[in-house]
Design a protein. Structure first.
Length: 182
């Protein structure tokens, strides 16, 4: 039924595909005479982070074997990050055992270069405290509030960070999502 409904498929964040999703995709592709010519996927094996949800980066790594004739386009120019971040990301990619390309990012535009800091948090409470400490330090150093932002990967940490900010009376505005307390 899905194959009759969808003749062309595009999958984003393919590095986070799990075996069940891949099997469904394989069945849909096999149903069509054009096969994988009607399929496009986008992903970055260096960003695979959902193994705890059964995602298997190997599905991306062997994609060209499963779909012969695949064209791989390596988008390695980074326009958002400064040199320190790119050097750090490239050092991590150098240590990857399995990858499609060399994994190296090139700077696409000059960006302010700021040092990379590694903070090791024991749990979400500790992480929220480290975030709040960094904000308090930035404010004490004269960084305007409008120049400070928190980007989070999961809503779970957002709740803890908001609670910590409120308890320390650090003002904040939530943009692009509802506040935990809203």
């Amino acid at each position: 039924r899905l194959a009759r409904r969808y003749t062309h498929i595009m999958v984003d964040e393919y590095q986070d595909t799990n075996p069940v999703q891949a099997a469904i995709l394989d069945r849909i592709v096999a149903f069509h005479p054009a096969g994988a010519k009607n399929l496009a996927v986008v992903g970055d094996e260096k960003q695979s982070c959902y193994a705890f949800r059964s995602a298997r980066v190997g599905l991306m790594l062997n994609f060209a074997d499963r779909y012969p004739g695949t064209t791989v386009i390596n988008l390695n120019a980074n326009y958002r990050s400064g040199g320190s971040i790119l050097r750090t990301a490239n050092a991590v990619a150098d240590r990857m055992l399995e990858r499609i390309t060399d994994g190296q990012l090139k700077q696409g535009a000059l960006r302010p270069d700021r040092p990379v800091h590694l903070l090791d948090a024991y749990d979400d409470i500790d992480e929220a405290g480290l975030v709040a400490n960094a904000i308090e330090q930035a404010l004490a150093d004269g960084v305007p509030e409008r120049e400070i932002a928190i980007l989070y990967r999961t809503r779970g940490i957002r709740n803890r960070v908001e609670t910590t900010l409120l308890s320390r009376r650090i003002p904040y505005v939530t943009i692009g999502d509802a506040s935990f307390f809203e």
